[in-house]
Design a protein around this ligand. Sequence first.
Ligand code: ATP
Ligand code: LTN
Length: 334
Amino acid sequence: MIGDTKVLFSGMQATGNLTLGNYLGALKNWVNLSEEYLCFYSVVDMHSITVRQDPAELRKRARNLLHLYIAAGLDPEKACIYFQSHVSGHAELAWILNCFTYMGELNRMTQFKDKAAKHSDNINAGLYTYPVLMAADILLYQADVVPVGADQMQHLEITRDIAQRFNKIYGDVFTIPEPFVGKAGARVMSLQNPEKKMSKSDENPNASIYLTDDPDTIVRKFKRAVTDSEGVIAYRDEQPGVRNLLDIYCACTDKTPEEAVKEFAGQGYGTLKAAVAESVVSVLRPIQDRVKELEKDKAYIDRIIKENAEKAEYYANKTLRKVKHKIGYPDRIR
Ligand code: ATP
Ligand code: LTN
């Protein structure tokens, strides 16, 4: 809470190409929620370096992600869209919160276990304390609500635990954030393995629809999507591939699963796949067009980057000053 306005914080990593899962599970909800809150949407480049990055590539991707936030419908004059690394308060608060987080808690994080298994040659301390940096992101802005995909719930829970622990010792310093998981598109699954979530770091390009995919590619990937041999279009656990297609269709057309099942009654998987592909193309095309326009407008984007970093820093410093005083750091003399 800032004054009497509720605050929303969320962020996304600039690693890999964004997928339809990132859009439907996160970005789309952000846009829908923007009007109600004072919003901070960060390109969390500090999180990205927990796995090794090519510097030029990271810089480019971070900027592309900022374009995408705007192209997806976030208004950078209202919502604070900025790079995490431009606000040093994230790192400062993360250090402090590290001292209020137990290793036992971090040991339980499933994302750490997954990423450690995937990057076994570089299991660094940053990867391990990643959830603490995420807690710092959220608590720095006194966020009331944090829209994330279902996979981030565990990180939200540890954020709440850290905040509650801190508040218990020092009084009401942090707002306790609530997660917001949208219904449609909360968990978009891989097109090649519907038991696994669609992920931008999947090695198989056919498993994911990237936000930059052209219509032909989208149609082709859906054609190849793994389904089953039942031959019936139903929305049920036993048919995860078909259910995933229906989920994507519903998220793109704002229909309910019941409506979709009715619409495809008696049809084959080919028809369903073609319809899903078309619904995805019509959602992505305007976003892709807008990205192309923004790429040409360097001066505008530079202004947004500068002004929003200053705005984020202002709010971050307010919390940080309070936290530093509470824990007993000597006050700065100005
Ligand atoms: P990586 O493969 O690098 O771990 P990712 O594709 O899982 O990346 P993140 O950067 O971890 O993406 O997530 C950005 C946001 O998108 C988060 O809020 C996350 O919950 C959401 N998200 C990611 N994948 C999906 C998915 N398949 N379905 C729904 N939401 C998703
Ligand atoms: N860990 C998140 C990205 C992220 C985030 C955040 C999301 C970093 N900081 C704060 C919400 C709030 C992810 O991997 N998707």
